[in-house]
Write a protein of this length. Sequence first.
Length: 363
Amino acid sequence: MNNMLKLSRHMATAATALALLGAGVAQAQTKPWNDLGRPATPAEVKAWDIDVRPDFKGLPKGAGSVSMGETVWVAKCSSCHGDFGESNEVFTPIIGGTTKKDIETGRVAALVEGAPATAPQKTTIMKVATLSTIWDYINRAMPWNNPKTLTADEVFGVTAYLLSLAEIVPADFVLSDQNIADVQKRMPNRNGMVFYEPLWKVNGKGDVKNVACMKDCEFDPRVKSFLPDFARDAHGNIQEQNRVIGPVRGVDTTKPPAARLPGATAATPVAATPVAAKGPNVNNLLAANSCTACHGMKNKIVGPGFNEIAAKHKGKANLEAYLVGKIKNGGSGVYGAIPMPAQPQVKDADAQAMAQWIAAGAK
């Protein structure tokens, strides 16, 4: 019995030693970054889990009428997309190029291979197949200068307004989470998506039978779309915004392009971005608040250039206060019909710094 007890204790001691040795080896193999961070909490995951699938899973409850959506559109969207989604100098058209027959068939005839071109360019409503794509994108990315600020009802309303412009729904329609699946059945290009099964298989073969012309083609293969000179520096100097690692290097957009695309014309080089002599860096404030999305330094984009604003109001009494009011509250009519959307999210100190810079000549 005593021998058996001694053997048992020896075995237990050996097992403990082996366990400690294994733990030591495992600890030695642990990478130093394994202890960094922590698992995301359910609340944190939920905050990012905002996508809406084509089957409308993830779509929040809500409703919005065409008329309500039009009100939101004119206030927050039309300055970039036009009153009727026809676009302006900023973005390509959202609406246009579809017919009642397309709504019936679910395939935009103008996009069918070999079909004659019936629209000057492809619009969003021509190409998109799922209504969830439109709803999801507006919800997560719009307005451009203040994304994720629209309520669910406002997103439903703006989506309804776009659908009414495309004659997919009537002008008195109310879009909601309850009827959006039915509206999906009227999307003009709902049957336009192509599923190429081999691309989804690990051992599948790619599309190696493409018949696109590669030599002596009848069409003109040159790229004709380019960023106009007045917009090159609209978001600040791209070169300064790239990471210092990796192969990608942004172009210095404060300088004119080194080589132009076929058909492009020369234009006045864009002036360097401003830096305030004192106080905060005005260039950073303009970029951070997306001011340069609509205003060039010396050129009109959607709204007037900053130097135009300075020149127009030079000598105006209480000019800084006036400009702060325009930045925060928006307005229209001073430079034409395109409205300046209100920017309530801009900090008072930032608005004051930008107003002071413009009042001093925007130099």
